[in-house]
Design a protein around this ligand. Structure first.
Ligand code: PGA
Length: 292
């Protein structure tokens, strides 16, 4: 019985709550692993007109490589987004939708326009809505109408924020208007000519609770500047000052990171998870229907 449980834990069947830490050598390999995982999950779900796959998506520099790979799989004919609905994590408030740094622009330029998703199925919060509160409530309603999110992909900030759930956010928060932390504004200044006065100070964001409701969560963490956040996320307790730590209590979370992001972890944590990479890698093996 014990052995049987151990096996289930390692393989991670649909029934088994599990937290995985997947460690790849570098950013490119981490991006590729994440994209292969998303691809396999969509194909195995077998979506169709009566059964859409719902995917939560992030913006930022981290997921860029993953989107590139997903586009590649689409272009070679392995992956279709025809029966996929997406919900993005967040959007700035007050930035015109067609501003090059809006998350609408990011998603269309870096992903949506290169794949076969129906634009009506790609949901992004409207940071220019007349009633921002109503916009947030409507977003939550649409997620529910889509039968919840199957796989929520996210990134984090060096301060451990997930989406724009800054340190101190409620771990049961829902989609809402947030004032951004100074750290986040400073980090985002690089996208606005380094000019702090141009960086939006508010955003609409899904809550930690919104992401927690997803049936599975995959969090991408790369770079030494995120190492302390990864340590807080997995080696210390759940703490609303590091909102990503909430996912320790999610039944199915995968943290996908590169070596640099593990710099603050204990050697034994890294050794353990690296030692079971052969199990994790089974999840991204090409499926029979794919061109290798
Ligand atoms: P990054 O941003 O991917 O550009 O590092 C992530 C975030 O701040 O959530």
């Amino acid at each position: 019985m014990y052995l049987c449980r151990l096996y289930l834990y390692a393989v991670g069947t649909e029934l088994t709550p599990i937290m995985r830490l997947v460690i790849l050598d570098d950013y490119a390999l981490a991006s590729e692993w994440a994209a292969k995982y998303i691809c396999n999950r969509i194909i195995q779900y077998n979506p169709g007109p009566d059964k859409y796959f719902t995917l939560g998506l992030p913006t930022g520099s981290t997921p860029f490589g993953c989107y590139k790979k997903l586009i590649e799989y689409h272009k070679r004919g392995d992956l279709s987004f025809k029966y996929v609905k997406t919900f993005n994590m967040d959007e700035y408030v007050g930035l015109p939708r067609d501003h090059p740094e809006s998350y609408h622009s990011y998603m269309w330029n870096n992903f949506f326009k290169h794949v076969d998703i129906d634009p009506n199925n790609a949901h992004i919060l409207d940071g220019n809505a007349a009633d921002l509160q109503a916009e947030c409530e409507e977003f939550e309603r649409k997620i529910q109408e889509a039968d919840g999110i199957e796989l929520f992909v996210g990134g984090i900030g060096p301060d451990g924020h997930i989406a724009f759930n800054e340190p101190g956010s409620s771990l049961v928060s829902r989609t809402r208007l947030k004032t951004l932390a100074m750290d986040t504004i400073l980090a985002n200044a690089k996208y606005f000519d380094g000019d702090l006065s141009k960086v939006p100070t508010m955003a609409l964001t899904v809550g930690v609770g919104t992401v927690m409701d997803a049936r599975e969560v995959m969090i991408l963490i790369t770079g030494a500047h995120k190492a302390f956040a990864l340590y807080k996320a997995i080696e210390e307790g759940v703490n609303h000052m590091w909102t990503v730590s909430a996912f320790q209590q999610h039944p199915r979370t995968i943290f996908v990171c590169d070596e640099d992001a593990t710099l603050e972890l204990r050697v034994k944590t890294v050794k353990y998870f690296k030692g079971i990479m052969h199990v994790h890698n089974k999840l991204v093996e090409p499926l029979h229907s794919m061109k290798n």
